[in-house]
Design a protein around this ligand. Structure first.
Ligand code: ZN
Length: 461
């Protein structure tokens, strides 16, 4: 498909990527377009003749029958849980999370590393260039960095016993000291108070304060399941009883709060433009109003929410309220594969079916959400999300050389209704090619899969 040199770190010279379609996202699609890249940055975007004329003599990678666009921003993942793919497939959220806790306790440090590398390797061989990853054990950082991806990695935090508040916060602060020392390059650190049923109100408030003191962004699971709403509203249900028994959390307050999960967190000064709320399936009109007024961003994970029987988050209402929304795949423990194409397609189909209206969400709108929308949700829109001069060269090329992509009237439609991550042919992050001709150039895929299979054998035993 293309004549090109070996993958390499950014060189001093300019490289031009040419494709039959270029989607800058910030402007209309360009047929027969090109992007000039210098070092880690985009230098020019436009019609191929213009770009090639402006940089005569530059190295040209010609992808011909393809669509070139900014890499996808995956607004929610947990690459550390990739070895749980397919392990707990057909259980409702409450039962699923109880099983998940059991399996998670069986893994050791080497397993976390194997699992995180599996997830990172999957993300390289996909459309994803940026991850917002929730990490607990600490294995995601090296895995994602070795893979060559860009990420904000949020340290997950739990804490329901207010008697331990000081101790928990000191431990979190020490942990963040350590992680901030490991950050840099394409990796940024954030903080992830896990969820309203695993973090007390006082812990939430203290964690948000600590994050803001350090200038770190915050993410949290929110309003994911009916079980969570029941627990927060009335202090009952599977999260009040079974979860407490399982993890020995006798100290969990059984006091009902009488409000929705969204309203509950508002009372504890958690919200702000630096917060990413993940899921928000059970968000009513008043909740949406709270989130919009606080400028909280949302990670929409339609496949995970549907598969766990949680429901369908009201995405059209989020967008109508002006909330910043990006797509998240969630972890392979719940959604099995981290394919943003699948998330886009699932979202369009679910929301159109729910509203019995084929004008709900468009293909272009979905691709915009998967790129610039995700970048805005993470506050990274100055660096990534579109193809514009001065922005980071985070670029994917989707191979369209197949009968099922022919002909192309609208490249957005071809991507959303027809493509999958297997169709991604080439990927560059910060000007560095990490995936070429469908081969991962950064980590050893064979070895990564072999180690993941070893973990599986042990889990089975
Ligand atoms: Zn999650």
């Amino acid at each position: 498909m293309t004549e090109q040199g070996e993958a390499a770190a950014p060189t001093g010279g300019i490289t031009i990527l040419r494709s039959d379609w270029v989607l800058p996202i910030a402007s209309e699609p360009v047929q027969d377009g090109a992007v000039a890249v210098e070092g880690e940055l985009i230098k020019a975007v436009g019609p191929a003749a213009e770009v090639m004329g402006a940089f005569a003599g530059a190295k040209v990678l010609d992808f011909h029958d393809s669509i070139l666009l900014p890499g996808f921003i995956n607004c929610h993942s947990h690459v550390e849980y990739s070895v749980f793919r397919g392990l707990i497939d057909d259980k409702n959220f409450g039962a699923w999370i109880l099983d998940f806790i059991d399996y998670r306790s069986l893994l050791g440090e080497a397993d976390h590393v194997a699992s995180a590398r599996l997830g990172a390797s999957e993300c390289v061989a996909s459309g994803i260039t940026t991850l917002a990853d929730g990490m607990y054990f600490g294995a995601s950082i090296d895995a994602i960095r070795d893979a060559g991806l860009r990420a904000r990695i949020y340290q997950e935090a739990f804490g329901l016993d207010d008697h331990r508040l000081e101790e928990d916060m000191a431990a979190l602060a020490a942990r963040l000291d350590e992680l901030e020392g490991m950050a840099g390059g394409l990796i940024e650190i954030g903080v992830f108070p896990h969820a309203p049923y695993t973090v007390s109100a006082n812990h939430y408030r203290a964690i948000a304060e600590l994050a803001r003191e350090r200038g770190l962004k915050i993410a949290t699971h929110l309003a994911e399941s009916r079980a969570e709403s029941t627990y927060i509203k009335s202090g009952t249900g599977v999260l009040a009883h079974d979860l407490r028994e399982k993890v020995g959390w006798d100290y969990i307050s059984r006091e009902p709060f009488g409000v929705s999960p969204v309203k509950y967190l508002q009372q504890w000064s958690v919200y702000g433009p630096d917060v990413l709320a993940v899921h928000c399936v059970n968000a009513g009109p008043r909740d949406i109003d709270i989130l919009a007024k606080s400028d909280v961003a949302i990670a929409h994970c339609p496949k995970s929410n549907a598969k766990l029987g949680c429901g369908v988050a009201p995405l059209p209402a989020f967008l109508e309220a002006g909330i910043r929304v990006g797509f998240g795949t969630d972890s392979p423990a719940s959604s099995n594969i981290m394919d943003i194409f699948g998330e886009m397609r699932t979202a369009i189909f679910l929301h159109r079916a729910m509203r019995q209206d084929a004008t709900v969400l468009g293909a272009a709108e979905c691709v915009q959400m998967a790129t610039l929308g995700g970048a805005r949700a993470l506050g990274m829109e100055d660096a990534v999300g579109t193809l514009e001069p001065g922005k980071q060269a985070d670029i994917i090329v989707v191979d369209m050389e197949f009968s099922h992509f022919t002909p192309i009237y609208d490249p957005y439609s071809s991507l959303v209704y027809g493509a999958s991550q297997e169709d991604v042919f080439f990927k560059m992050v910060a000007g560095r090619t990490i995936y070429d001709k469908k081969v991962i150039l950064t980590i050893d895929e064979e070895e990564t899969r072999a180690r993941a299979r070893e973990v599986k054998d042990r889990l089975r035993a």
